[in-house]
Design a protein around this ligand. Structure first.
Ligand code: LLP
Length: 463
């Protein structure tokens, strides 16, 4: 469609409606390497390629919407985390961000451990051959059946999240004649998101056992008294999409203080602490995440310093990044269907997916970037809102972004940094078919999670 047939929305130089957006990039065709996976580039024709394959070919072969995951980038990020923390620490990938059997195999090959938080994730991990001792099992309400399965499989640790669970896991372990290695998840009174953290009064949530009021110390007392449990450490997870290390600093200080209290009361020095996940990634050019080696150094410096001052042996540290490993490695490819310029507001660009493949914008007001990827364009930037095809006005994929004014139906656009919490939180709303995840590497693309079909929908609906 030509520009005259399709009047552009408001220019950035004109009056702009409210929103969270920076001025458009000087060149909308440029790909900011912060938000795109490492092998993404544009070919001579201007089309985006990943792993050496152009998006038009990917769209033709696998359809849209679809997630394309850059396998070599995923593996490189695993290695970067493992190398940064070194042999004296453990990196557990948080499977909730995105899990499939291929992912499990790559984790295993790259030397990472795995966090699971449900029976389904545990099954996937075991089925794909992750050794049970490299699996940690999380959750605030694990069922008895899930605990049984985890204990039987011999998972390396179960992270205890309540007083009831301490007893439940101990009984089940005893029944199986084993001592289950466990950590206790404590709530340290810190909540961190992006650049902010709040260091008090955040015990008001469902996870963990509060340090405040001596609850965590009581949980430790009970766990140490039960034969079925081997208490190996304390766990803390403080939030999501965190850039500022200050929240980790407070959390580490409070966890180490608990270890010192445990030593004083019980004469035991617990050998491990887990500082959780939550490290931020770049969704837009405004985000500046830290590299794994900076994070590793900051965390180990904090823990070492706190242990020195408490005269404790430094425990083995573990971390649980999910988003920071898989998030940047994938983008979602959509085809533009309809375009509605709203005079004085913005242009609504509808794509063939939406809140069923990315709920994060609707749920958290998350910010994403977007680019025209089937070609380049020199047309001027237009403020757009990328929306889905669902029957809901909150069905927004990218709230505020700039795309070229000559964008037309049939163009392919891509939203980067959708590797984490998009496919894993996808739904069948409006009986949408959940998109496939396609791994791309060295000129080859293969489906690792196939697209749902209408047959799949009917098979679940038993009539
Ligand atoms: N460890 C524990 C105990 C967690 O609860 C989580 C995330 C992680 C590790 C991994 O966090 P990550 O490094 O991926 O940020 N659905 C939300 C995120 C929920 C995270 C819940 N727990 C989102 O889309 O932003």
């Amino acid at each position: 469609m030509s520009r005259s047939a399709h009047p552009a929305g408001p220019r950035h130089a004109d009056v702009l409606p409210e929103g969270h957006y920076s001025a458009p990039a000087a060149d909308l065709n440029a790909l900011d390497e912060k938000v795109w996976s490492r092998t993404v580039t544009r070919d001579a024709d201007g089309a985006l390629t990943v792993g050496g394959i152009a998006v038009a070919r990917l769209a033709e072969e696998f359809g849209t919407p679809a997630y394309f995951l850059d396998e070599s980038d995923f593996r490189a990020r695993c290695r970067a985390w493992a190398d940064a923390f070194g042999p004296d620490a453990d990196v557990f990938y948080a499977g909730k961000a995105f899990l499939s059997r291929a992912i499990v195999r790559w984790l295993k090959e790259e030397g990472l451990n795995l966090d699971v938080c449900s029976g389904g994730e545990l099954t996937t991990a075991l089925d794909a051959g992750m050794p049970a001792e490299r699996i940690a099992f999380h959750g605030n309400n694990k069922t008895v059946a899930e605990i049984e399965r985890a204990v039987e499989a011999g998972v390396g640790r179960i992270v205890l999240d309540s007083f009831q669970e301490i007893v439940r896991v101990a009984h089940i372990a005893q029944r199986h004649g084993v001592r289950q290695r466990v950590q206790i998840r404590v709530t340290v009174g810190v909540e961190a998101h992006t650049h902010e953290f709040i260091a008090t009064a955040h015990e008001d949530q469902k996870f963990g056992i509060a340090l405040a009021d001596g609850q965590a110390a009581e949980a430790v007392r009970r766990a140490l008294a039960l034969d079925g449990l081997e208490l190996i450490g304390v766990h803390s997870h403080i939030g999501s999409q965190i850039f500022d290390m200050a929240g980790f600093e407070v959390s580490a200080r409070r966890v180490v203080q608990l270890l010192a209290e445990i030593r004083d009361e019980h004469g035991v020095e617990l050998p491990e602490i887990d500082l959780g996940g939550g490290l931020g990634i770049a969704y837009t050019s405004d985000d500046d995440p830290r590299e794994p080696h900076e994070i590793a150094k900051a965390l180990s410096d904090i823990v070492t310093r706190e242990c020195e001052s408490a005269k404790l042996r430094t425990p083995r540290i573990s971390v649980e990044p999910g988003r920071a490993i898989v998030g940047p490695t994938a983008f979602t490819l959509y085809e533009v269907g309809t375009i509605k310029p709203l005079e004085g507001l913005r242009t609504y660009v509808s794509v063939d997916g939406g809140m069923s493949d990315n709920i994060r914008t609707a749920l958290y007001d998350a910010e994403y970037s977007v680019a025209l990827v089937s070609r380049t364009s020199d047309a001027e930037p237009t403020l757009v809102r990328v929306v889905g095809k669902h029957c809901e006005s909150g069905d927004i994929v990218v709230k505020d972004a700039f795309l070229p004014a000559d964008l037309a139906p049939g163009d392919l656009i891509a939203v980067p940094a959708t590797g984490a919490y998009c496919r894993s939180m996808a739904s069948n709303y409006n009986h949408a078919l959940r998109p496939p995840v396609v791994a791309v590497r060295d000129g080859e693309a293969r489906v690792i999670v196939r697209r749902e079909t209408e047959e799949d929908l009917l098979r679940l609906d038993v009539g």
